[in-house]
Design a protein around this ligand. Sequence first.
Ligand code: FES
Length: 118
Amino acid sequence: HKTERVKVHFIDRDGNKLTANAKIGDNLLDVIIENDIDIDGFGACEGTLACSTCHLIFKQADYDKLPDTPTDEELDMLDLAYGLEDTSRLGCQVIVTKDMKDLEVSVPAAVADARGPV
Ligand code: FES
């Protein structure tokens, strides 16, 4: 039985559309890593909800369809993200579902690592 996948698209900072084969049940950070999608500085804390560099911006309609609403921890971290929008989420907290077929999400213009400069 092969794992079900859907295509999701990431619009990078230069406006390029990067398409990934997303495994259902993975989060969007896993998808980016697994598909070798090259986004500078993305996912710096490896999904431990400590950095906000995995910030992604959804279209309103897609955002409304997301199965989970962000936890307080995610919202706190999003507050520190660069270019926060009403439809922002942290990629490492969003799980891929079948309904996300051909989802398009945007990578914000810059990253702010909430952990501060190293
Ligand atoms: Fe750091 Fe998502 S990868 S908060």
